[in-house]
Design a protein around this ligand. Structure first.
Ligand code: SF4
Length: 222
C-alpha cells in the first residue's frame, strides 16, 4: 500500500504517539497544541539548527533542514541534519560521486537522556531516507543541545517495526477520528497538554460512570 501525498502525516507524530497516543490524538485530531517550557526550548533549538548552512568536505557532506517523505509509511517531515560520509561500503547517490553512508541527526533540547520515542522518530527519518535515496541507513544520532553531545542510535529491526506499527496506528486513528483514552502515568506530570487532556477529570468521570453503573446493577438485583 502507498499513501497519497495529501494523506501524509508528520514524522514527529511518531514521537508524540510513543510518548502518549492521546497526546498525538489531541494534536492531530483536534489540532490542539500547548507549549510548555520543554516544547519552547525544543522549538528554539530547531530554529537555530535550521539556520545552518550546507557544509561540503571531501569525505563529509552535511545538509541542514532536509525535506523527507515516505509514501509507503505515509510520513513527511524535515530532518534537522543529514550527514553523508564517504564510505567504500556505502551506497551511490544521485549527483554525488563515490559511495556514501547516510546518517540522519535529530536535535533535541535538554541533557542526554534515554527516550524511546526520540529513537523511533529518528528511525522514521531513516526509513524516509532509505525510500527516497534507495540506500540503507544503519545508524543516526540524537544531538542533545544542553550537553552538546550526540547519542548514536542503531537503526534496529525493533525500531523499524515500531515506526511501522506507530505510523499504521496513527493513520488508523486519523481515519476513525477516535481520540485515544487517557492512560494516567508519570509522563502526565510533564505533559504540556494537561489542560486540554484533563487526565484526572477523565479518570474521575470514568469512575463516576462506573459507580453509577454499579448502583444500577445493585438496584436491579434488589
Ligand atoms: S496528560 Fe497524560 S494522558 Fe493526557 S495527553 Fe498528556 S501524557 Fe497523555
Amino acid at each position: 500500500m502507498t499513501y497519497h501525498e495529501d494523506d501524509l502525516m508528520p514524522i514527529s507524530a511518531l514521537s508524540q504517539y510513543y510518548y502518549c497516543p492521546r497526546r498525538a490524538g489531541l494534536l492531530l485530531l483536534e489540532q490542539q497544541w500547548s507549549d510548555n517550557i520543554y516544547t519552547i526550548q525544543g522549538t528554539l533549538v530547531h530554529q537555530r539548527v535550521h539556520l545552518g548552512e550546507r557544509e561540503v568536505r571531501p569525505d563529509l557532506v552535511r545538509l541542514r533542514a532536509v525535506p523527507l517523505h515516505s509514501l509507503t509509511l505515509g510520513l513527511f517531515g524535515i530532518a534537522d541534519c543529514v550527514e553523508f560520509y564517504a564510505d567504500p561500503k556505502g551506497c551511490s547517490l544521485k549527483g554525488m560521486e563515490g559511495l556514501w553512508e547516510v546518517v540522519p541527526i535529530e536535535f533535541k533540547h535538554g541533557p542526554v537522556r534515554d527516550e524511546l520515542e526520540y529513537e523511533v522518530q529518528l528511525c522514521g527519518q531513516a526509513l524516509c531516507l532509505e525510500e527516497m535515496l534507495a540506500c540503507k541507513v544503519e545508524r543516526g544520532y540524537i544531538y542533545y543541545a544542553a550537553d552538546h553531545r550526540r547519542h548514536e542510535v542503531t537503526i534496529t529491526g525493533k525500531l523499524r517495526e515500531l515506526v511501522k506499527i506507530g505510523a499504521e496506528s496513527i493513520h488508523e486513528m486519523l481515519r476513525s477520528s477516535v481520540l485515544p483514552s487517557v492512560v494516567m502515568g508519570g509522563k502526565c506530570y510533564h505533559c504540556s497538554m494537561q489542560e486540554e487532556c484533563m487526565p484526572k477529570a477523565k479518570k474521575s468521570a470514568a469512575q463516576y460512570v462506573g459507580e453509577l453503573w454499579q448502583l444500577g446493577e445493585n438496584g436491579d438485583a434488589q
